[in-house]
Design a protein around this ligand. Structure first.
Ligand SMILES: [Zn+2]
Length: 417
């Protein structure tokens, strides 16, 4: 409660500053969104252009310290995946309050589903439209202008404030947050970390836990033959379908726990992608490839789930005479413990949300993954917060500008001593 009374007096000043700078924020946001930043793994060129644009902007601010950590990646433009760090406040020995946002965006996807050019951002009815507007543009811009607002108003920063704009969040984080954490010397265990990269429209949810993402590819090999003589082959498609259904049932049966901290409260096991097996109808397919997207509660060790999947695989392979190969495409070492509800970063964020919005946020967990898990497995507490309309990865993506400005207020209050 102390935080609330301490920060409240500056709120009208912050609000006025935002009012006076709205157009500047929107212009900057639009210019940034016109620069795509897509991972080479998703068919893009990386984040170099966007990072250069941001670094230029930070330099022109004429305060704070900029550091750049480029991870080598020969498949990306310039052979690098850029990461930018920006600090204000006291010396390095002081715990840092961090805001972690990602530079990269997801590809356009089905271009036909868009009613406008995804890289020609525009404002309409209080919304800013464009690929990356919500994910992660809204919070990246809010964070950046919060630090500018803090400086412009001459407000004293709480200890040391750092913002990190990282690469590669949408694909694997190998060249982004994982690269920075492995490198060492940037983050410390006593730091306070905010990852503004997931939330709901109510804006009343602080995420303190994430399920572990388990993506698996199932490849069934049978024997191809003419459609009229199935007895001469082995139908991989039928086995693939049967296996998927049985595995689906078994995983739900074996892992039924409900943890009310999470939304939804159970593990999820979803058959998702299906590869084309053949173009023609009149052959029995010899190959079948499908995928599952599973999200595992922290109560169930990943090893245990993998063991169950392997047990099912072996039974099915033996019973059908096919070959079933399963591979895992997500980082299974990311089973992170929840952030304690009473950790300083959660309390600081909680107080700022209360102050700006007059509501009591709910603390909970989600199935989605953010940069947060990389800190949590290292024992660094993380609060994930954003107010969004669930536009991430969708066609015609937009962000609600009022929510961006609300976030700007919340972050500035958090940054202020
Ligand atoms: Zn994101």
């Amino acid at each position: 409660m102390e935080k609330v009374s301490k920060t409240a007096p500056s709120l009208p000043k912050i609000e006025r500053w935002i009012e006076d700078h709205k157009q500047e924020v929107i212009d900057f946001f639009q210019a940034m969104l016109a620069i795509p930043a897509i991972s080479p793994l998703s068919g893009g060129q990386g984040e170099k252009k966007k990072a250069d644009f941001l670094e230029q902007y930070l330099k022109a601010l004429n305060f704070g310290t900029i550091e750049r950590y480029d991870a080598p990646d020969p498949t990306a433009e310039g052979g690098i995946r850029p990461n930018i760090i920006f600090y204000v406040g006291q010396k390095k020995t002081i715990p840092t309050l961090w805001f972690i946002c990602h530079l990269d965006i997801v590809p356009v996807g089905d271009r036909g589903a868009w009613t406008f050019d995804p890289y020609k951002p525009f404002v309409k009815d209080g919304k800013l439209f464009g690929r990356g507007a919500e994910d992660n543009g809204q919070s990246l811009v809010a964070t950046l202008f919060a630090i500018k607002c803090l400086h412009n108003l001459g407000l004293k920063p709480v200890k040391r404030v750092g913002i990190a704009f990282v690469a590669d969040e949408e694909t694997q984080s190998k060249f982004g947050i994982e690269f920075l954490l492995k490198r060492g010397g940037i983050f410390s265990e006593t730091d306070l970390v905010v990852v503004p990269d997931a939330g709901f429209a109510e804006g009343n949810f602080i995420e303190i836990a994430e399920k572990t993402i388990l993506w698996m590819k199932i490849e069934v090999t049978g024997q191809q033959t003419h459609g009229s003589t199935p007895e001469l082959g082995l139908n991989a498609h039928r086995i693939g379908m049967q296996f998927a259904i049985e595995l689906d049932k078994q995983l739900h049966r074996k892992y039924p726990l409900e943890n009310p901290l999470f939304k939804p409260p159970t593990c999820t096991f979803e058959p998702t992608k299906k590869e084309t097996n053949q173009e023609n109808i009149n052959a029995v397919p010899g190959k079948d490839v499908l995928y599952f997207d599973c999200r595992i509660l922290p109560e169930y060790p990943i090893k245990d789930v993998l063991g169950e999947i392997e047990r099912m695989r072996a039974i099915f392979e033996k019973a059908t005479g096919s070959k079933i190969a399963i591979s895992f495409l997500s980082n299974l070492n990311l089973q992170a413990p929840p952030t304690p509800a009473n950790s300083p970063v959660v309390e600081l964020l909680n107080a700022a949300i209360k102050n700006v919005r007059g509501i009591d946020p709910i603390l909970g967990g989600v199935g989605g993954g953010t940069c947060g898990a990389y800190f949590r497995i290292k024992g660094i507490p993380v609060a994930v917060y954003e107010r969004t309309d669930g536009q991430a990865h969708k066609p015609n993506e937009y962000c609600v500008l009022d929510w961006l400005f609300e976030e700007l207020k919340i972050f500035t209050l958090m940054m202020q001593a």
